[in-house]
Ligand binder design. Sequence first.
Ligand code: FO1
Length: 314
Amino acid sequence: MRVTALAGGIGAGKFLRGLVRVIQPEDVTVLVNTGDDIEMHGLHVSPDLDSVTYWLAGTMDRERGWGRRDETFRATGELGRFDPSQAWFNLGDLDLATHLYRTNLLRAGATLSDASALIARRFGVGSRIMPMSDDPVATRVTVVADGEQLDLHFQEYWVKRRARDEVKAIRYQGVEAARPAPGVLEAIEAADVVVLCPSNPIASLRPILSVPGIGKAVAGRRDATVGISPIVGGAPLAGMADRLMPVAGYAVTALGAAECYRGLLGGWVVDNADRDLAPTIERELGARVAVTDTVMADDPKAENVARVALDLVR
Ligand code: FO1
């Protein structure tokens, strides 16, 4: 069975580790959000591509959620001693090698798809890891801070300013002109199951679905598409979906998260805590709903979520 998964960062990484215990890693293709990508100190940083790679390779830091295990931050610390204002984005010393390698490849004319495949190979990842697009897309967050309107890069909103500002709007700069990366549409069409990982619907999966052609391709596979709610008991397990979903007009519930994917879902997996919402979701979204423990504290728990999700639509 071939599975194509749309993925953001931490939640996706946890789920994918379970998925590759259920089916062969080689039968998994991961289409990854690049709206969070940022140029830092001249380096191209792709947080979600790297998260998916590190989680599938088993080199992730499970507690922190992003970056590598056994990481040190000596270079960033040293930069901060020169000028703290330049050191707000914590690039780990091991992680830096990934950004240097990727940036050198891009400068030499490689695409982000080429670079992502080479990085995945270096980490021994058997699954295909593909960016949603080789064209630049940047998630921008409009906020109000001290009465002033600011237009921030997603990482400035989330990391630099620690999501403290009131959010007014979110947009995906450049997405209208972005083309799906080579093989992305084919991977959606050829999949037996398409999975919407338990990622932030607004910051992670919407950018992917907004690339012209991708949303339509997923809608065309509705019966084979299953999502896992990133919202459990009315709150995200990680990240800032609770700040962004209301701005986009969605309630911070397992139902609200499903509504972000209206017209795309054949199945939707919710946590035991949201059991009572299942009949409403089935009625409102026209999707089959499965209820299980979706808090993926370890790989066996993630494997269970993957089995339940695949069983809903295959
Ligand atoms: N998240 C943080 O909360 N603080 C950081 O300093 C930080 C640095 C960082 C560096 C490389 C990388 O790949 C990810 C990093 N992240 C950091 C995570 C990232 O901001 C987000 O969690 C993702 O973009 C959302 O998926």
